[in-house]
Design a protein around this ligand. Structure first.
Ligand code: IPM
Ligand code: MG
Length: 350
């Protein structure tokens, strides 16, 4: 029986995850899925002393897929950096599960055009996917401090194999879409970017049917707000991808809509990109749609349940078309509802 490790984590993770699980359960009723909850993040620190308890890691390695809410919050901010929920739970979990590819699709749902801070004509046709490298680069390279004179450093390093596998996967995604891949780097300055570009060009020879272009990351940030519909698939380094996807998320209305899949070729971890949002946690205000759409991605990419996944996506689209909004998507005339009610409306629309 397929088993799913459910990790609600902290802050709004506790509120959005029940909605995602209930929605995914509703469309997989007869498939014998087993859903098991485990501790992660600050919740795990409070209960066990560590942000990623060995039991949780073992359960994730064992499970067929992982559904994650969010980790972190002010209560744990003062801990030394290597014990904080983000670096001590999320990053090692990604590394242990070898989730090297983070897929972040950003598409304009027509009902949300007014919720985007950008002009309608700019965002109307947005439909892009960012493929972010997730287990290498600046976040995982050697880091440290020196005392005299005081200094700190992080290292941006990629092996050839790391670049090959992420660019190859991005080419495959592009091949399933509009066959355009933009590799984002900073090759005018960084050696790691020049290396990345050489390898991308080499991998491109396996994909003569996909058009490869290159763009500097600073220009990519500008192009994403200036003319985002020029992009089909973007592939980029871990940190660049982290920054660009927060920026790109608002093209689709709000980061509260951004679902993600982290893939290894074997296993997938699915999580909304928005984080634990401590400022609104516990108030039934959070938008559960990114978590619900992450669960839909899980059904499709881990279990091949394309029809069930589309049922969930279509239900989300229908609820938004009816004018229902969580506070992050508020616009004049919108009908504002809370986390639980949004989840219930999606299930009613299945
Ligand atoms: C994300 C988040 C994480 C990241 C943080 C919480 C470590 O911002 O998934 O984008 O940078 O990967
Ligand atoms: Mg981020």
């Amino acid at each position: 029986m397929p088993e799913i490790a459910v990790l609600p984590g902290d802050g709004i993770g506790q509120e959005i995850m029940p909605e995602a699980v209930a929605t995914a359960r509703a469309v997989t009723e007869n498939r014998g899925f087993v859903w098991r909850e485990h501790l992660i993040g600050g919740a795990a620190i409070d209960a066990t002393g560590g942000a990623l308890p060995p039991d949780t890691l073992a359960a994730c390695l064992e499970a067929d897929a992982v559904l994650l809410g969010a980790v972190g919050g002010p209560k744990w901010d003062a801990l030394p950096v290597n014990q904080r929920p983000e670096p001590a739970a999320l990053l090692p979990l990604r590394k242990h599960l070898a989730l090297f590819a983070n897929i972040r699709p950003i598409r304009m749902i027509p009902a949300l055009i007014g919720a985007s801070p950008l002009k309608e004509e700019v965002v109307r046709n947005v439909d892009l996917v960012v493929v972010r490298e997730l287990t290498g680069g600046l976040y995982f390279g050697e880091k440290g401090r020196r005392s005299s004179p005081p200094a700190a450093y992080d290292t941006l390093i990629y092996t050839e194999e790391e670049v090959r596998r992420i660019t190859r996967l991005a080419f495959q995604w592009a091949r399933e879409r509009r066959r355009r891949l933009c590799s984002v780097d900073k090759a005018n300055v960084l050696e790691s970017s020049r290396f990345w570009r050489e390898i991308a060009l080499d991998v491109a020879r396996e994909f003569p049917d996909v058009e490869l272009t290159h763009m500097y990351v600073d220009n990519a940030a500008m192009q994403l707000v200036r003319q985002p519909d020029q992009f089909d698939v973007i592939v980029t380094e871990n940190t660049f991808g982290d920054i660009l996807t927060d920026l790109a998320s608002v093209l689709g209305g709000s980061i509260g809509m951004l679902a993600t899949a982290s893939l290894s070729g074997k296993k997938g971890l699915y999580e909304p990109a928005h984080g634990s949002a401590p400022d609104i946690a516990g108030q039934d205000k959070a938008n559960p749609l990114a978590a619900i759409l992450s669960a839909a991605m899980m059904l499709k990419y881990s279990f091949g349940l394309t029809a069930e996944s589309e049922r969930v996506e279509n239900a989300v689209t229908a609820v938004l078309a009816d004018g229902w909004r969580t506070a992050d998507l508020a616009e004049p005339g919108a009908r504002i509802i809370g986390t639980k009610e949004m989840g219930a409306k999606v299930r009613a629309a299945l």
